[in-house]
Design a binder for this molecule. Structure first.
Ligand code: SF4
Ligand code: SF4
Length: 311
């Protein structure tokens, strides 16, 4: 129900009640491995894991939750989240803002989660973590994945009798859909992480990443009301889709961010813009050539003057 399981990558980003690796059971599991677990209102620990937890929200989580609550993303962000850096990177993100008095998630009640069917990705994973050594590029990397159990000491769900195979559990929790929706975004963070501290992101790049990751309305506004469309070649079908469909816009934002932050393929700059850039560079080169020529002529004249004076 709540808490988390996650990929090695996701474990970094999607929140953890407990960073203690001793809670990870040292056994590699597959989609066909058995799991004995159930979380329901009858367990004595019910909602314990919705307190004092760090829940990082992905763009898809924010889209789902703000739609569920019927408020725009920017309002959701202000009301229910607080800023954070996505672990060990300088990429800004948000996590759920816990209640000051109880340390509880704002969506938890004694009866359980009030946004259950739209709960964040991090809340869906526990207790099945996934290690994914696939860093992007290839899609046929199933063999690089395996699963493991995270067993927190206070969690009584393991004492229940219900049995699953891991694949069933993941489907029941809607994890597969989340994996699909989050993977490109998570890869951006993994990519950033792999650069370490060698290069820092510009403030403008961080702002763009934050806006596109947390507020699709503002990102849409940026696309349609800035020089964006003068710069990039976007076909009509895509334009129509990203104008009307938030999911299409979200996926588009991942492609755009991968392109602007890491130079990945996927965005095409308009020919006129490219020509303009080339002209600018050439003009700059012409200018510096002219300047070098002028400097040379002045030095030469100076030298000749000195020679004349010596005579
Ligand atoms: S969103 Fe729901 S499941 Fe997740 S911590 Fe909050 S109350 Fe618990
Ligand atoms: S059984 Fe585990 S997952 Fe369910 S409420 Fe208790 S601690 Fe959370």
């Amino acid at each position: 129900m709540t808490g988390e399981n996650m990929t090695d990558a996701e474990k970094e980003f999607l929140g953890s009640t407990d960073k203690n690796p001793s809670n990870i059971l040292p056994k590699k599991l597959t989609l066909d491995s058995y799991l004995k677990f159930e979380c329901h209102p009858g367990v004595s620990c019910f909602t314990a894991c919705c307190h004092n937890i760090k829940i990082i929200l992905t763009p898809y989580d924010i889209l789902m939750l703000s739609t569920r609550l019927g408020i725009p993303a920017h309002k959701f962000i202000t009301q229910y989240t607080q800023p954070t850096y996505l672990e060990k990177t300088d990429m800004p993100g948000v996590q759920i803002k816990l209640k000051e008095d109880t340390g509880g998630c704002p969506f938890v009640t004694p009866e359980g989660c009030t946004v259950y069917t739209d709960r964040p990705s991090a809340c869906r994973y526990y207790p099945v973590g996934m290690a994914d050594f696939h860093e992007g590029g290839k899609d046929d990397a199933d063999e690089e994945k395996f699963f493991f159990l995270v067993k927190e000491p206070h969690c009584k769900g393991f004492d229940e009798d219900k049995e699953w195979v891991i694949g069933e559990w993941r489907e029941d929790q809607g994890v597969d859909v989340r994996d699909e929706m989050n993977k490109e975004w998570l890869r951006l963070i993994m990519r950033r992480k792999s650069f370490g501290h060698q290069a820092s992101l510009s403030e403008a790049a961080k702002r763009m990443f934050f806006m596109a990751s947390t507020d699709l309305d503002s990102f849409r506004n940026f696309i349609f009301n800035s020089s964006f469309l003068d710069t990039y070649e976007i076909d009509e079908k895509t334009l129509q889709e990203i104008k009307e469909d938030d999911l299409a816009l979200m996926h588009f934002s991942f492609t755009y961010l991968a392109n602007t932050l890491f130079g990945a393929q996927g965005m095409k700059i308009k020919k006129e813009k490219l020509d303009e850039k080339i002209r600018e560079i050439k003009d700059r080169q012409d200018e510096s050539l002219k300047k070098a020529e002028q400097d040379y002529l002045e030095l030469k004249a100076e030298r000749e003057r000195m020679l004349q004076e010596k005579k």
